[in-house]
Design a protein around this ligand. Structure first.
Ligand code: UDP
Length: 145
């Protein structure tokens, strides 16, 4: 494959309930668009147990799993599909590392997030971590796409 015919990718981005509650949805979408990615789907949702259990299946059994699912149900979530070359990697880079206290300034988590008493739970955004995760998560949140 040459550099010019690399396929575009899609990723699932979630603005978590802390981001929606704090009125940061627009700022987060602005950063995704300013980076040059295309928004393919944007929908405000109340996530249910079924979607969250599937979404976070890899974390089931971990101590933070139940509190995380409760947090994700505590308010609306903005579900987004973004598209572009290497968008999976690119959005993870925009988001910053998991812990918002130490995420690099310049990133969404680093600029806009902090510890509110639960260490890393409330870190504003989710982004798919691989092509396989993106395909699974987009099918889960946006089955019609
Ligand atoms: N999380 C948590 N406690 C932990 C680790 C993770 O509450 O000790 C939450 C946090 O919201 C994180 C999500 O679980 O974003 C998924 O964790 P993962 O390690 O996949 O981090 P991410 O890919 O979101 O950076």
């Amino acid at each position: 494959m040459t550099q010019t015919d690399a396929p575009t990718e899609r990723t699932l981005v979630l603005v978590k309930p802390d981001g929606v509650r704090r009125g940061l949805s627009g700022e987060i979408l602005r950063r995704v668009e300013a980076k040059g990615y295309t928004l393919v789907a944007v929908e405000l949702r109340t996530a249910g147990d079924d979607v969250l259990a599937a979404h976070y299946a890899e974390h089931e059994g971990k101590p933070f799993y139940a509190p995380l699912v409760d947090f994700m149900k505590s308010g609306a979530v903005l579900a987004v599909v973004a598209e572009g070359h290497r968008v999976i990697e690119g959005f993870r880079s925009l988001a910053g590392t998991t812990d918002p206290t130490t995420a690099a300034p310049g990133t969404i988590r680093g600029d806009l997030g902090r510890d509110w008493g639960l260490k890393v739970q409330q870190n504003l955004v989710h982004g798919s971590d691989s092509a396989e995760s993106a395909a699974r998560e987009i099918a889960l949140w946006f089955p019609a796409l």
